[in-house]
Design a protein around this ligand. Structure first.
Ligand SMILES: Nc1ncnc2c1ncn2[C@@H]1O[C@H](COP(=O)(O)OP(=O)(O)O)[C@@H](O)[C@H]1O
Ligand SMILES: [Mg+2]
Length: 458
């Protein structure tokens, strides 16, 4: 897009300038040529007039024809030209140069002159551009002959060529300057536009705190203002949404605690199996709801970028062992084998103990949820160079290739009955990123899944 605008601006300016320069230069060259030609014609005409007035007496006395050669030789012409004296039939009587043609009546200039007015001819003679001016010589009102000047235009052409060269280089400089200016102008448009595009892309990818610096109070500046305003609004709405989720989850937790508490209390007091079963269901569902509320709370602080982390020294072997032992009974109930293999030498790292625990619970919970009975869940902790690597491998239903890209998204959950809120993996990713670690999932549909966490060890 940027290239598009730039190219359009530069080219439209440049084309306009090139057109104007070309038009202007041709006009100037044309005018100059006209001016030079007029000057030469004038000079030749003057010579003709002077000649005829100088020999007026001879012309009146009909002595032009017999004395032509003498007259021509005696007169001193002030122009560099071939001069010919011609009789009224167009025969050349005398010539300052060697006579090339005896009769020149066929030329247009001679025809015109013999009819009584000055004739001009601009033609090519023996590979040379020449200007011919022929002026009638009159006795009273009868034309008795003509004086014909032929002069080379090579000189004029030379001057013309030099002028053209000069104008061309001047035009080149103008076009170059215009090109630089239009490039500069295009940059003043495209630079801020691409800056805005980058900022807008950041906003679109979720970094709503991005603000576009406003450079000028023009249309682009206004666009920047509008986008900033929009981002601010969205940010505010996002904040409102998170606060709403947080407060609702929080409010729901208190009654849920009472429900759970009373279900447990009544369960212990009741003798009736039917009541006990019912109270157990209430108790279990309360647990589920509580888990969901916790996830929602985490999610709201996660979305607002306020996931509070409390860093402390954490021993990963102890943590992993604790979580596995905590969830093993559930695995056994589901008919699953849960094993672990831990490298005890992995050093303590600086981390948020509860958050890491939450991560492991989320991942092992997923493994338990999506593995049918008879399956195996293996948890490993090893040291790989500067990283501690925790892997949780299951032999469950796995994730299809298409879904694998989506499962880490917020609220994405699979079609399985066991799927929960779809927030678990999003929270895991966020927490691991806050620890400067890496979280990845590998899976084969129908074969099983491996979740891997890499945390830096100093
Ligand atoms: N170990 C696993 N085996 C198979 N599918 C999994 C596994 N872990 C995650 N998934 C898929 O990814 C989805 C998203 O997981 P998660 O974010 O933890 O949400 P939830 O557990 O609430 O459904 C799950 O609904 C499931 O479809
Ligand atoms: Mg989950």
């Amino acid at each position: 897009m940027k290239k598009g605008i730039k190219r359009r601006v530069v080219w439209s300016y440049l084309l306009l300038i090139i057109f104007c320069v070309a038009l202007f230069e041709t006009m100037i060259l044309f005018a100059l040529r006209l001016y030079y030609m007029e000057g030469m014609k004038q000079a030749l005409r003057d010579q003709g007039t002077m000649f005829s007035s100088f020999y007026e007496q001879e012309i009146i006395d009909y002595r032009l024809k017999p004395d032509a050669v003498n007259l021509l030789n005696q007169y001193n012409f002030l122009v560099d030209a071939q001069v010919q004296l011609i009789d009224e039939k167009g025969h050349v009587l005398a010539d300052t140069h060697h006579i090339t043609e005896q009769n020149v009546s066929r030329y247009g200039d001679v025809e015109t002159a013999l009819l009584g007015t000055i004739g001009y001819l601009d033609t090519e003679l023996e590979d040379e551009r020449v200007l011919i001016v022929t002026q009638p010589l009159k006795r009273g009102s009868t034309v008795i002959g003509a004086i014909r000047f032929t002069t080379s235009l090579e000189n004029v052409n030379d001057i013309h060529f030099q002028n053209a060269l000069l104008l061309l280089s001047f035009g080149g400089i103008v076009i170059l300057a215009a090109a630089i200016m239009s490039l500069f102008l295009a940059n003043t448009i495209t630079k801020p536009v691409s800056a805005i595009t980058i900022a807008a892309e950041q906003m679109a990818s979720g970094k709503l705190s991005t603000r576009i610096p406003k450079e000028k109070d023009d249309e682009i500046g206004k666009l920047a203002d509008t986008l900033n305003y929009m981002a601010k609004k969205i940010e505010k709405n996002e904040q409102l949404k998170n606060e709403f989720i947080a407060s609702v989850s929080h409010e729901l937790r208190t009654p849920l605690t009472s429900i759970k508490g009373w279900a447990v209390t009544l369960h212990s007091m009741s003798e009736d199996v039917f009541f006990q079963d019912g109270l157990e269901i209430i108790s279990n569902e309360s647990d589920r709801l509580n888990g969901l509320l916790n996830e929602l709370l985490d999610f709201s602080s996660l979305s607002s970028g306020r996931l509070p982390l409390v860093f402390d020294k954490v021993s990963l072997p102890a943590l992993v062992k604790q979580v596995v032992q905590q969830l093993e009974p559930r695995g056994v109930r589901q008919g699953l084998k849960v094993t672990f293999q831990i490298d005890e030498s992995v050093e303590e790292i600086s981390a948020d103990y509860n958050r890491l625990k939450q991560v492991l619970i989320n991942l092992i919970d997923n493994a338990l949820k999506f593995t049918p009975s008879g399956g195996l869940i293996a948890v490993h902790l090893v040291r790989d160079r500067k990283e501690a690597v925790i892997t949780i491998t299951d032999t469950g239903i796995g994730i299809s290739e298409a879904e694998l890209k989506l499962v880490k998204d917020k609220f994405y959950k699979g079609k399985s009955q066991a799927a929960g809120s779809g927030l678990g993996l999003a929270i895991v990713e966020e927490i691991i990123q806050a620890h400067h670690g890496l979280f990845s999932l590998a899976s084969k549909e129908g074969r099983g899944t491996t979740a891997e966490i890499r945390l830096p060890v100093r």
